[in-house]
Design a protein around this ligand. Structure first.
Ligand code: PLP
Length: 317
């Protein structure tokens, strides 16, 4: 069951390289079929669910897992059911899940509660759970590490990656280990949702980066052993730093990612690194048009008159 996921662009980042003194690359995971890296894992998880005879797939999601599960379930002819925190998922992701025909349940609770509930549900019914607690997801997502090593001809020195439920950092580390390489993994959490940094679950996680608004990561131990094993680190970045990096990526590097993805660059800018650095941009900017519109400059209204158009085009400065 595939939509030809993976094989995403690895693009150089001249502005960020200049700014940080590192050799910076961006792994543009928004170029996957549903616009996030989740597809790398979903192709494997949904294929396995089919093989095992499941009739439906279910997940708890901050949005992208829902969009991806819905798409692959649709293609597989399986029922897709997704549980998302009410009012806390980006518009594009909701539109995707609905368009792919999933049953979308808005939980009056947060992601962590949703995950607990779907885990219980999957025990009671023949429904495949496709969250990243499902090991097939990790197996698929590790391919990002293979690609980066192949594209660079060797491992990077540092991999910067946003951390939510911590499945992805677990997967990249597994991929690097299987390739026999050991880049430092630098994980970044949003300051309002930084349980791994604080060393304790966060009851009410809050951040503009809704994809990493998670207070109790399911892959906690795996993630910590990735940071330790790679001599890396896990740090927090504020929403303001995330949004700064988000704007900078769009306006200076020409790459539009979603806010959670920009945490990787926000962390690099705040804490620095050395050598060849790959930042994983986990999801596409079009997923979350609202945050973009709130953040960006306004459009310029204009009458169809050459003088007025001239003024509008040339601008004031
Ligand atoms: C899922 C997701 C993350 C976090 O990945 P985890 O595996 O939960 O740590 C980061 N960014 C985006 C855009 C995501 O969809």
């Amino acid at each position: 069951m595939s939509l030809e996921e993976g094989g995403t662009p690895l693009v150089g980042a001249p502005f960020l390289s200049e700014r940080t003194g590192c050799d910076v690359y961006l792994k543009v995971e928004g170029a996957n079929p549903t616009g996030s890296f989740k597809d790398r894992g979903m192709t494997v998880a949904v294929s396995a669910a089919l093989e095992e005879g499941a009739k439906a797939v279910v997940c708890a999601s901050t949005g992208n897992t829902a969009a991806s599960a819905a798409a692959y379930a649709a293609r597989a002819g399986l029922r897709g059911v997704v549980i998302v925190p009410e009012g806390k998922i980006a518009t594009g992701k909701l539109a995707q899940a609905l368009m792919h025909g999933a049953r979308v349940i808005a939980l009056r609770g947060n992601f962590d509660q949703a995950l607990e509930l779907v885990r219980e549900l999957a025990k009671r019914h023949p429904i495949a759970l496709v969250n990243s607690v499902n090991d097939y997801r990790i197996e698929g997502q590790k391919t990002g590490a293979f690609e980066v090593c192949e594209e660079l001809g060797e491992a990077p020195d540092v991999l910067c990656i946003p951390v939510g439920n911590a499945g992805n950092v677990t997967a990249w580390w597994r991929g690097f280990q299987e390739d026999g390489v050991r880049p430092r993994l630098h994980g970044y959490q949003a300051a309002g949702a930084a349980p791994l940094v604080e060393g304790a679950p966060v009851e009410q996680p809050e951040t503009v980066a809704s994809a990493i608004r998670i207070g109790n990561p399911a892959r906690w131990e795996d993630a910590m052993s990735a940071f330790t094993g790679s001599r890396g680190e896990v740090r927090a970045v504020t929403d303001e730093e995330i949004l700064e990096a988000y704007s900078l990526l769009g306006s200076r590097e020409g790459v539009f990612c979603e806010p959670a993805s920009a945490a990787s660059v926000a962390g690099l800018l705040r804490y620095g690194a050395e050598g060849r650095v790959v930042c994983v941009l986990t999801g596409h900017g079009l997923k979350d048009p609202q945050t973009a519109m709130n953040r960006a400059a306004s459009v310029i209204p204009c009458e169809p008159d050459i003088e007025q158009v001239e003024t509008a085009v040339m601008g004031g400065g």
